[in-house]
Design a protein around this ligand. Structure first.
Ligand code: NDP
Ligand code: OXD
Length: 308
């Protein structure tokens, strides 16, 4: 019984050492060594090829190296294989830092000051208090809830939107498509922390973004596929939106010459909002393998038919 690891070699060295110390009963192999495909029951990967999946006749579990699983080709996966996304403290900590940084940058007008600085203009903007800046989070899962928890102490009015109804202390929660317009109308800063699914692809489009109040701003830390790029650009250019912080694009890397590279009202980062921490990830995986072996529910198991 072994785990096949097919991601970054440096992280792989850390995982291998943790497996050797803490789970010596679970073999750990990577594609650079020879292994018996029939011995592989667990695969840890970002985007495994159909050929690799086909070569593993006894695969039980596919673990994502990251929190998202939209990069998997589910059609190439036999129906019995269970899919598990990564839940580990490092991902949450990174996302909380990034989202807080992005909210504060927008709240304190860093985009405007960046533009003013290029023109050597010293133009103070009147302060808006946190209590007057409404923040809304799309996606109230592991990461959305952690981000809301970190924003609460600043005093921002908080709201959230998810598929099923949620109750979160201090957060005005909305659920389902019918509640989306009411949610959007109350967001001065909108954070997208949705998974990318058939239902959420293109959800940040002219129709939805124009329901935000005039002057609102967007933070997309979900996936590039959530955003209709042209719609964002035209809403920024006509002044309906005041700025956007984008950590994700489609495709990645963003092609040379793409307008997001130079748009004065876009802050762009190369998909770094959070990163899986190797030690936490290896331990999260071992714990899930143990739960699987004991017939217990695994943390982060994905409902394959739902897509997240
Ligand atoms: P979770 O699965 O824990 O939460 C997903 C949330 O989205 C849930 O609240 C869910 O609703 C909601 N949701 C899903 N589909 C819909 C829909 N159709 N309409 C409304 N709400 C919906 O995910 P995580 O919080 O762990 O991660 C979210 C995403 O963040 C990842 O999928 C990934 O794309 C992105 N990410 C980005 C990173 C980066 O570095 N930029 C790093 C890590 C993750 P419900 O509560 O009803 O289930
Ligand atoms: C992830 C990501 O899904 O890095 O973990 O986006």
């Amino acid at each position: 019984m072994a785990l096949l690891y097919t991601s970054d070699p440096e992280r792989g060295r850390i995982w291998r050492a943790i497996f050797a110390d803490e789970a010596p009963d679970i073999g750990f192999v990577d594609p650079s060594e020879s292994y018996d495909p029939a011995s592989i029951r667990y695969l840890a990967a970002w985007a495994p090829s159909a050929a690799l999946i086909d070569s593993l006749p006894n695969l039980d579990l596919l673990f994502s190296i990251g929190a998202g699983i939209d990069q998997f080709n589910m059609d190439a996966l036999p129906p019995h294989v269970r899919v598990v996304r990564m839940i580990e403290p490092g991902i949450v900590a990174g996302m909380v830092e990034y989202a807080t940084m992005a909210v504060l940058a927008l709240h304190r007008n860093l985009i405007d000051y960046g533009i003013a600085r290029k023109h050597a203009r010293w133009t103070p903007i009147k302060l808006v208090s946190a209590g007057e800046r409404r923040i809304g989070v799309m996606g109230l899962g592991n990461l959305g809830q952690a981000v809301l928890g970190a924003l609460r102490p600043f005093g921002f009015p908080l709201s959230g939107w998810s598929r099923s109804a949620r109750a979160i202390d201090g957060v005005d929660c909305h659920a389902g498509e019918a509640a989306l317009p009411g949610f959007l109308a109350g967001c001065d800063i909108l954070i997208c922390l949705l998974p990318l699914t058939v239902e959420t692809r293109g959800i940040l489009c002219r129709d939805t973004l124009s329901q935000l109040p005039r002057g609102a701003a967007l933070i997309n830390v979900g996936r590039g596929g959530h955003l209709v790029e042209q719609d964002l650009l035209s809403l920024l250019d006509d002044g309906h939106l005041s700025g956007a912080v984008l950590d994700v694009t489609e495709p990645e890397p963003l092609p040379t010459g793409h307008p997001f590279w130079t748009h004065p009202r876009i802050l762009l980062t190369p998909h770094v909002a959070s990163m899986t921490r190797p030690d936490g990830a290896a331990r999260a995986l071992i714990a899930n393998i143990r739960r699987f072996a004991d017939g217990q529910p695994m943390h982060g198991e994905v409902a394959r038919d739902r897509g997240y």
